[in-house]
Structures are given as C-alpha cells and as structure tokens.
Design a protein. Structure first.
Length: 91
C-alpha cells in the first residue's frame, strides 16, 4: 500500500491561491467599471453608454457575489483540513 503524504502547508497554499484568485477577479471587474465610467466624460451618446455601464455594473455585482461566496467557503475549508492534519494522532 502506498503511503499517503498529508501536507497541511499545501492546503494552506491552496487556500491562499483561492483568496488571491477571487480578489484578483473582483479587482479586474472594479478596474473595468472604473475605466469604462471614465469614458463617460468623452462619450456623447447617453443612449448607449448608460445601458453599457448598467450592464457592466450588474456583471461586476454578479462576479463579486460569486467570488464572495467562494471566499466564504473554500479558504476556510482548506485551512480547516490543514488544521485537522496537524492535529491528527501521529504514530
């Protein structure tokens, strides 16, 4: 039988990667919204810019909601598993 190597540091790293990914996605959407909103000073057609900004804002909210949900579950899950490994009996 193969020996199973349980490494809590790897689980901690996965939790950090998940956090970094989610925060990066939220940052990308905020940056996109900010840059698009900046165009409103130069944009003369309110009939197209308004709906575009509204759609981007809805997309940003949806992405943030999904990323927040992921952040509320997975980093804690992986850190909890890492803690279980650290606290397991050692023979």
């Amino acid at each position: 039988m193969d020996v199973l190597d349980l490494n809590p540091e790897v689980l901690e790293a996965i939790a950090s990667i998940v956090e970094g990914y989610c925060n990066r996605q939220k940052s990308i959407m905020s940056d996109y919204m900010s840059k698009t909103s900046f165009l409103s000073g130069e944009w003369t057609d309110d009939q197209t810019l308004g709906p575009l900004l509204e759609e981007i804002n809805q997309m940003k909210s949806a992405v943030e909601g999904v990323m927040d949900e992921i952040l509320s579950i997975y980093p804690n899950y992986f850190r909890g598993k890492a803690e279980q490994i650290r606290n397991r009996p050692k023979f």
